[in-house]
Design a binder for this molecule. Sequence first.
Ligand code: GLY
Length: 328
Amino acid sequence: MATRRKFLRQSLMGGAAVFARVSGPAAGGPIVVSTWDFGKSANAGAWEVLGKGGRALDAVEQGVRIPEADPSIQTIGYGGLPDRDGRVTLDACIMDDRYNCGSVMCLEYIKHPISVARLVMEKTPHIILAGDGALQFALANGFHKENLLTDKSKKDYEEWLKTSHYSPEVNIENRLHDPMPGGATNHDTIGMLAMDEQGNLSGACTTSGLAYKMHGRVGDSPVIGAGLYVDNEVGAATATGVGEEVIRIVGSHLIVELMRQGLSPEAACREGIGRIIRRGPDRAKDIQVGFLALNKKGEYGAYCLQQGFTYAVRSEKEDRIYKGKSIY
Ligand code: GLY
């Protein structure tokens, strides 16, 4: 028994030593990575915090608020395409470097669900608030009710109603809508991962979910472990695309665990995509899923099912958009 106790004590102390070792300053300086082309402007928002030595948690919240407020992005926040009942319902989550996390699901009328998710994390004993409860919590904490359905999204919805055909298609937003000014594409969820000067990681993920989904449908984005996961000992991962497939494999947590086993961020994302294919080859060939990951060394990588997924990187060395490698 004494030996077992000694073993446990040593194991626990070993764990603490690992944690202390990985919490040192970021070797390559701060870095932020985000899904899709619109991640570049979101990264610029995050960099205002990171570049001044601020905390990764503040950076990811500030960063993703930019696409949340942009009505030309019809897949996130204000201006998001509605569900099949014409209601804009938003999902978001946030996670810091100490396993603290907060999430809102199916939240209506609030432009910045990510900030509500952060308050759930910081001000409640819970992790997830959904629907009307999330709205009541937001209103009680100073958020204002707004109509999030813009004229453009209402018009697109009314057009969709003529057929009401529902089938999530590959890169659908790109095909249904004109490119955004500047040639950027109008896509899916924003997932953002950041490491600050102290070497600490945080992440945020926010979306209006699949266009014309059933009312009440929740995707992967606000599900900790699926749309986002952060483990400050190892790295962080996030997802975009058809959330049902990401939830099925608990994608972001899987990718962090694969990085723990020694895989690079890109190899871990590739394995995550491979698992989606193995779990449902028929489903996978017609949909898009993209994973993005960042490890404690500041290395990043991505992988997706279909061509077309992009991600944005901002650090002291670069500020650019990359194409994600794809299986198909
Ligand atoms: N990845 C966004 C969603 O499925 O809702």
